[in-house]
Design a protein around this ligand. Structure first.
Ligand code: 3H9
Length: 678
């Protein structure tokens, strides 16, 4: 069956796309749109046209799987120009998500109607691109440069209501009556001169007030640091004001092609599919019966427990949170409320939503109240004996058939599961701090974890807006296990003479939000310190004894001014030099290149070992973990994709040059000219 069909409703031709799952604008769809509009134009009975989609969504964009392959049939720009050129009014009828090329189709139509639940957006920037079918030129002409900038440069979709408010949608129609309402709307437009987005004048705001572009750059500097596409997006929107439509489209095309052929977009497209692949577990039927999760229990109302709980509350899933002491419970619940209220103050939640979330939270001082939960997540002290005690107790109280999960970040899940009578219902749910914000959920699959338990956790992660990746049981799982060799090298290098600020700067320049010594200052150098200033065995002991507890006291590895800007501290240089001398470490200058290689290559090597041991299913899962949990820059595609772009032979040579171990899998792949991804 053709992906595009047409239906005649008296004088209206409805062009319908049916290309599951998301009506991506592949070659057949583009050709179908051209054929559809030609049919409308050559039929004298037809006086107006509606373009709509069957299935769950309006066109969700160009077909990303076609990128990098030779173009088949009309390109998207040509196809949708035909829609706009029509002298019979063309109406886009939008439901689901009109994204990227889908939004560009809608913009090329003369009118747009949408159901209230629809969303519109230009998320190309998240694929390292800008819209390439005139979206950067039509959108500002319809809604103005100022409203277009966040859509093109940040790429988050907007609601139908917002789209209506800025003039992108002409009419909001009935949620259940899109097809009929769109036809009725189209009928009303017959005989009127169709408004064409390419001829709109709203873009003049960018000429009248050119400061909006620099202002936008300044405001979003942190968000877009290191990415190429956002700057291209700003330039394209600016060009929409400065150039004729035809020249603007040409400029957009040049910017688009440069991005499309660059490594950033390749990396970000890799990530798009990596995130989706991570949801799939080899050997498990995705349609397996899941365990309904209607109520969640959290053990521990500290920072972690509270943050974890908020994920479920925000998704409308009732939570019972248990602490042993009244005071700690009250404090924990208070923090949850405060967090929600702060979100509401920033306009990202309504008061009703705050109260709604709080109303499904049940604080308790008794384990017994967890009995009827479908999933209980333990977030107590990170100690094996404590965890075992807790799990044995939970096993006796929580109903049979419920899942018991640990939030441990490195302990052995199998050992924990073994104290219960239901090891197949036990797994790790490793949230990252702050747990209500960080995207990653590392799901740890125990030796005995049942398939449906694992899949229930995967599906649940999506419901609470997390990106999940599965790890096998090994110390530190995927993420922390790979962090270890990096930290180890950082510590060794500063003893060999590397500047500790160079170590941080190398990671910052690479695109991480901060380096290990900045991180230590932020978290508190004194965390886990024995608190005896006389006992100085490690560098940390020495820093703590000197009162350098981190940012909270204005000094740690760095000195901080009032604006929290860091400067390397003479006292710390001295302390490091003394430690190095005591250890008899020869000092030498260490270049930033060497620092980068010694920080990052051992991580790739550890990733290879993780794959070798089957602790991760695929290299791209490792990329998903590091991008979402540890700030690895998205535009490099994650550690394993990055290693592919560096060349595995170069990684191996670098490791050997620095006298570092090379995993078998890495060595083999490098020798065969292979890659981790693809
Ligand atoms: C673009 O438009 C460029 C133009 O400006 C210029 C061109 C010249 N293509 O996410 P889900 C697959 S760039 C191909 O799990 P959801 C996806 O891989 C594009 N495949 O569903 C998955 O496959 P599988 C701009 C796509 O309900 C399946 O569909 N548009 C595409 O959670 C289901 O996806 C975007 O960036 C695609 N465009 O979310 C939008 N999209 O089942 C990208 C999805 O085998 N898409 N697939 O794993 C999305 O954001 C989400 O998929 C969406 C649905 C919100 C639509």
């Amino acid at each position: 069956m053709s992906v595009i069909t047409t239906e005649k409703h008296q004088n209206i031709l409805v062009i319908i796309s049916n290309n599951p799952p998301v009506n991506a604008l592949g070659a057949a769809v583009r050709q179908g749109l051209v054929d559809g509009i030609e049919e409308a134009l050559s039929d004298d009975e037809i006086e107006a046209v509606v373009v709509r989609c069957d299935g769950r969504t309006f066109f969700a964009g160009a077909d990303i799987t076609e990128f990098g392959k030779p173009m088949q049939g009309p390109n998207l720009g040509e196809a949708i120009d035909r829609l706009e050129a029509s002298d019979k009014p063309v109406v886009a009828a939008i439901h689901g998500t009109a994204l990227g090329g889908g939004c560009e189709v809608a913009l090329a139509c003369h009118y747009r109607v949408a159901v209230p639940s629809a969303k519109m957006g230009l998320p190309e920037v998240k694929l390292g691109l800008i819209p390439g079918a005139a979206g950067t030129q039509r959108l500002p002409r319809v809604v103005g440069a100022e409203a277009a900038l966040p859509m093109v440069v940040i790429g988050n979709p907007i609601s139908a209501k917002k789209a209506h408010a800025i003039g992108l949608v002409d009419q909001i129609v009935g949620e259940g009556s899109l097809a009929e309402d769109a036809i009725a709307f189209a009928r009303e437009q017959i005989g009127k001169e169709p408004p064409r987005s390419s001829e709109g004048t709203a873009n003049e705001d960018g000429i009248k007030n050119p400061a909006i572009f620099d202002e936008f750059r300044r405001k979003n500097g942190r968000k877009i640091r290191g990415f190429d596409a956002p700057e291209a997006g700003i330039q394209a929107v600016k060009a929409a004001g400065e150039l004729s439509y035809a020249d603007g489209v040409k400029k957009e095309g040049e910017l688009f092609m440069k991005l499309m052929t660059g490594t950033q977009s390749a990396a970000m497209r890799h990530y798009f599919f990596a995130e989706r692949a991570a949801n799939k577990i080899d050997g498990i039927d995705p349609k397996i019966d899941l365990i309904p999760i209607k109520k969640v229990g959290i053990l521990g109302a500290g920072t972690m427990g509270g943050g974890i709980g908020m994920n479920f509350l925000s998704a409308g899933i009732p939570v019972t949170i248990v602490e042993l002491k009244e005071e700690a419970l009250e404090r924990g619940v208070g923090v949850i409320r405060k967090n929600y209220e702060n979100t509401a103050k920033r306009g990202r939640m309504t008061e009703e939503q705050v109260e709604g979330a709080m109303s499904i939270l049940t604080p308790s001082l008794s384990y017994d109240d967890l009995a009827d939960c479908d999933l209980v997540i333990e977030a107590v002290f990170e100690n094996m004996d404590v965890k075992k005690e807790v799990f044995a107790k939970l096993d006796g109280i929580v109903k049979q058939g419920a899942i018991l999960a640990s939030n441990t970040s490195y302990l052995n899940i199998d050992e924990i599961a073994a104290v219960t009578k239901r090891p197949e219902y036990v797994l790790g749910l490793h949230f990252f701090s702050p747990a209500n914000i960080m995207k990653l959920l590392e799901i740890v699959r125990g030796e005995k974890t049942a398939d449906n338990v694992l899949m229930t956790a995967m599906k649940l992660s999506k419901r609470i807006g997390k990106v999940a990746a599965v790890s096998g049981v090994c110390p530190g799982f995927i993420g922390n296990r790979m962090l270890s060799p990096r930290q180890e090298q950082a510590n060794i290098m500063i003893m060999e003479g590397a500047n500790y600020w160079d170590v941080d700067d190398v990671l910052l320049d690479f695109g991480f939000p901060m380096g290990p010594f900045q991180m230590s200052d932020l978290a508190g150098v004194d965390i886990g310190w024995h608190r005896d200033p006389e006992r100085i065995e490690t560098l940390r002991d020495a820093l703590c004894a000197a009162g350098r507890w981190g940012q909270k006291v204005g000094k740690g590895f760095y000195d901080y001014n009032e604006a929290r800007q860091r400067t390397p501290a003479d006292e710390v240089k001295q302390i490091i030099a003394e430690f190095a001398a005591k250890a008899g470490k020869e000092q030498r200058e260490i270049s930033k290149d060497e620092i980068r290689e010694r920080l990052l290559y051992p991580m790739v090597n550890e990733g290879a070992k993780i794959l070798e041991e089957g602790m991760a299913q695929r290299a791209s899962d490792i990329d998903v973990v590091w991008i979402n949990g540890y700030g690895w820059p998205l535009y490099t595609g994650g550690p394993m994709f990055w290693a592919d772009t560096v060349g595995l032979d170069n990684v191996v040579a670098g490791l050997k040059k620095h006298g570092l171990p090379v995993a078998k899998l890495l060595e083999e792949k490098a020798a065969a000219g292979g890659k981790f991804n693809g």
